[in-house]
Ligand binder design. Structure first.
Ligand code: HEC
Length: 180
């Protein structure tokens, strides 16, 4: 027991020295150490899994409302169907995931929890204090549909809500300007 405690104490001291003397590279422009990346992703996966237990999804929500909020609040970091991440999303570390691929990993309840509460130390904001329950669920259901949504269907939904058209590539600057 004493030797295990001794090893833990030495490890703790090493971590404290590395942090205190600024030896850990805090630059977002360079990748995290593997162990820190592991810490962040395990923290998020386990925390979301645990905290989303017992949440009851309302069964339905307005896809149009979800699309409209998504185009204003989320595209700049995550991109959308046929729409690139903005310069803000490209500069973040950890990188905001491509939801068109990763949404299959999360249930609607877990997605709702992530959007409402955000994720510490990653740049993913909490939208719970600025959005109603109805808006949060609309966003969660819309996000769940992203992997099946074509760029044309996405633009159709935006047109229905009167939101401005979004596109990637050379017109990206124009579309990010519209989002401000
Ligand atoms: C300022 C940038 C930023 C904005 C704006 C943002 N996110 Fe995120 N989001 C992130 C980052 C970074 C992560 C990755 C967190 C991690 O690595 O654990 C993330 C993770 C997520 C995840 C988990 C995905 C996965 O595969 O693990 C979901 C779902 C999500 N965001 C949805 C949204 C929605 C919906 C909106 C808009 C309401 C939004 N985000 C707005 C940065 C952002």
């Amino acid at each position: 027991v004493i030797s295990v405690l001794g090893v833990l104490a030495v490890q703790g001291i090493i971590v404290a020295i590395v942090l205190y003397f600024g030896l850990y590279d805090g630059a977002a422009s360079r990748p995290h150490a593997k162990i820190v990346r592991w810490f962040l992703s395990t923290m998020m996966d386990r925390s979301v899994e645990r905290h989303a237990r017992g949440i009851q999804a309302p069964g339905q929500a307005s896809v149009e409302e979800g699309a409209s909020h998504y185009s204003h609040m989320c595209v700049l970091c995550h991109g959308g169907p046929g729409v690139e991440r903005s310069e803000i999303g490209q500069g973040l570390n950890p990188r905001p995931p491509d939801l068109m691929r990763s949404m299959t990993d999360w249930s609607p309840e877990e997605t709702y929890w992530i959007i409402k509460n955000g994720v510490k130390m990653t740049g993913m904001p909490a939208f719970g204090s600025t959005h109603t329950e109805e808006q949060l669920w609309a966003l969660a259901y819309f996000a769940k549909q992203l992997p099946q949504l074509s760029p044309a269907q996405y633009q159709d939904l935006l047109a229905k809500t009167g939101s401005s058209k979004q596109s990637g590539g050379s017109t990206q600057l124009e579309s990010t300007e519209n989002q401000h």
